[in-house]
Design a protein around this ligand. Structure first.
Ligand code: NAI
Ligand code: MG
Length: 340
């Protein structure tokens, strides 16, 4: 049997890191039937007149699992983010982003092991924007719902319980945003009572940024609204070695889309320089989602061995290996592990 999976390579460095992730996945010996859609984002506009064509959404709805590279979003004009639309249209409400210190990757911080749970469908990214031409005033509405808050907070606690974490920190700005952040915080306090074995606390977003760059080891699971989660996950990526290595998953009740935290990195696109680790680790999350833990462990261990050895690091980690050299080394190690 082959796993039928929707594959969205995206643009910028997307196709390079997607090819790498596919090569490593295929090295596990599992079989995959990829439903590949090259045309998403700007590339889809000409043919489909929309950056997110309906056949892409249908494919994910049918297969229930997708692996996705980054898609560029025009800044300050143009089409709405494909990434945000995908999460909203498929109701992928939980964006899970583990940030963990890795063997062999030197950073100023040791033993960081935190997971960010970003609410993925509402908040300031709800898409409720208005511009009043006469007054020249722009509004972006941060919409928070009780249902939307409950499900992401509960998802975080359930994950903490299942994975043996003992702390959940809710991040908010309830001192200023009394209604939206205030409701999110209150719901967090209610749900925390259902999990007496887990220590619950909360932090105001600005203080949280400072805490994370001073004592990141004090935190385990962090649950927060959409914009704060977006910002905190790039910050947390920086604690453990950068955007090149941090994976992510967008999870809903019906389907899941696995993608790195990073974007399309236009500054290095097409140069065979991108670090594919972030998408490879997103693929590891996908394997676990599929219940393929042995294959997931093989890929994880192959990556760790490559980092520890340190001979084939990409430029973002101080090395000089190309994307394809790194990928070949990791894929070979995966093959050795699954055959040995
Ligand atoms: P970015 O994450 O693409 O890049 C930020 C910096 O990190 C750049 O210097 C880049 O070279 C580096 N970097 C990122 N990934 C890397 C990798 N795998 N290996 C080595 N270095 C890496 O963020 P930026 O530049 O703000 O956004 C570029 C575009 O990506 C924008 O259009 C943005 O909207 C889009 N984007 C898409 C996302 C998605 O598809 N989920 C997520 C974030 C941004
Ligand atoms: Mg982001």
């Amino acid at each position: 049997m082959a796993y039928r999976i929707t594959l969205l390579p995206g643009d910028g460095i997307g196709p390079e890191v997607t090819d790498a992730a596919v090569a490593v996945l295929e090295a596990t010996g599992l079989r995959f039937a990829w439903e590949r859609f090259e045309e998403v984002g700007a590339a889809a506009l000409q043919r489909y007149d929309t950056p997110l064509p309906e056949p892409v959404l249908d494919s994910i709805r049918k297969n229930r699992v997708a692996l996705k590279g980054p898609v560029t979003t025009p800044v300050g004009k143009g089409f709405k983010s494909v990434n945000v639309q995908l999460r909203q249209k498929l109701d992928l409400y939980a964006n899970v982003r583990p940030c963990k210190s890795l063997p062999g990757i030197e950073t100023p911080f040791k033993n960081v092991n935190l997971v960010i749970f970003r609410e993925n469908t509402e908040g300031l990214y709800a898409g409720i924007e208005n511009y009043d031409e006469r007054l020249e005033i722009a509004d972006s509405i941060a919409r928070i719902s009780r249902k939307g808050s409950q499900r992401i907070i509960r998802f975080c606690f359930e994950y903490a319980r299942r994975h043996g974490f003992r702390k959940v920190t809710l991040v908010h700005k309830a001192n200023i945003l009394k209604l939206t952040s205030g409701m999110f915080l209150n719901i967090g306090r209610e749900i925390a009572q259902e999990y007496p074995e887990i220590t619950f606390n909360d932090r105001i977003i600005d203080n949280m940024c400072m805490q994370l760059v001073v004592r990141p080891q004090d935190y385990e699971c962090i649950v927060t609204t959409n914009l704060f989660g977006d910002i905190l996950s790039d910050l947390a990526a920086g604690l453990v070695g950068g955007l090149g290595i941090v994976p992510g998953a967008n999870i809903g009740d019906a389907c899941a889309v696995f993608e790195a935290v990073h974007g399309s990195a236009p500054d290095i696109a097409g140069q065979n320089r991108a670090n594919p680790t972030a998408l490879i680790r997103s693929a590891v999350m996908m394997l676990r989602h599929l219940g393929e833990h042995a294959a997931a462990d093989a890929v994880r261990d192959a990556l760790y061995e490559t980092f520890r050895e340190g001979r084939y690091l990409t430029a973002d980690l101080g090395g000089s290996a190309t994307t394809s050299q790194f990928t070949e080394v990791v894929a070979d190690r995966v093959r050795q592990r699954v055959s040995g």
